[in-house]
Design a protein around this ligand. Sequence first.
Ligand code: NDP
Length: 419
Amino acid sequence: MGKLLVIGCGGVAGVAIQKCAQNSDVFSEICVASRTKSKCDAIKDKLEGKTKSVMTTEQVNADSVEELIALMKKVQPDAVLNVALPYQDLTIMDACLACGIHYIDTANYEPEDIEEPTWRAIYEKRCREEGFSAYFDYSWQWAYKEKFEKAGIMALLGTGFDPGVTSVFSAYALKHYFDTIETIDILDCNGGDHGYPFATNFNPEINLREVSANGSYWENGHWVETKPMEIKRVYDFPEVGQKDMYLLHHEEIESLAKNIPGVKRIRFFMTFGQSYLTHMNCLQNVGMLSTTPIAYEGQQIVPIQFLKALLPDPASLGPRTVGKTNIGCIYTGMKDGQKKTIYIYNVCDHQECYKELGSQAISYTTGVPAMIGAAMVVSGTWSGKGVFNVEEFDPDPYMDMLNQYGLPWVVEEHPQTVE
Ligand code: NDP
């Protein structure tokens, strides 16, 4: 049916590409392009003889709009799936605009260098006006709305698990279970154990920046910011058990606050063990999480990039990781004049993911919805002109595909709620 250009070939891309190849009715051609072409060739080789999709590979530096335009002109895809890093969101969107091609991603824009003066000035103004200090936010990509409308193409933002599936769960809850949703608690639990003293489950730079930042939540029309890890709760997760979880800022809070009418409070919690937090605090205290280059023996070194080189590659955790993830949302609100509470979640088993695709559950739970978002766009099931978040579309076909492609979900009525 259509041709997809996938940019990036790391942990999430590995799953997304294999899932696209399982869906060759929609993705008749798949081109994989990334900084390191050998990784693209390796996945193409892995799929040889196992898919009807025609696979090709290319090399690209996605920081360069010119290189991206040349690539898109050569490949001529119907849509681009960006599973590189959030740093490349804007360059890839610019190239899609120049070439008139739909754009899809899983994470909103943040800059690689947070000290860059032009970006910094806009960021500081936003912190004062909006009241949250995360380095990532949707303003940069939402600003492309008119340009995408004029070009007659669509950008689908944030189709991973969270954001992504959690956002689609919210649209589904509103469509089928509530007249109004009052509160949303997004709970992200990883009950997996990889056996290393310290490793991150996806790109360490992005992951550690997110976790070491201030937390925040949305309440009564404004942001409330907290210190990192200031709010802790304990929750008994179905199929995983009791875990400590901490309130974090998370990007879907920003879009759900805009797109779920009348919502009064949105919070996001993620589980962390004490050992992970102790390691992270230590690394932060010694400056290893800094993104500011330092001079070391005649070279410029970015501490967090050096740390990334030392840590296990998230894509290599698959064979070692055992246990399950449970990610979902608890909703409270009103239906037919009655108070109602439901919990929609997915449980994913690390070893099952590894057996199927050679990946751990974090990449799996992101890569599957990345494929589904791309399928919605390429098949025309979701269409529009402009820039959209996933909760703005009909959730039903996406929810069906989650069941079909390995992320079945459960709706639980009367769940345990979070204080
Ligand atoms: P990885 O670091 O494993 O992979 C990133 C890939 O992008 C690598 O192949 C890398 O190339 C490539 N890349 C980086 N910079 C460039 C560049 N300038 N030009 C071309 N290619 C480049 O990351 P993940 O797979 O873990 O994460 C991918 C995305 O998914 C991220 O944006 C992350 O934030 C997002 N994500 C979203 C989640 C969600 O639920 N919504 C959850 C988890 C992740 P190379 O191989 O050469 O290093």
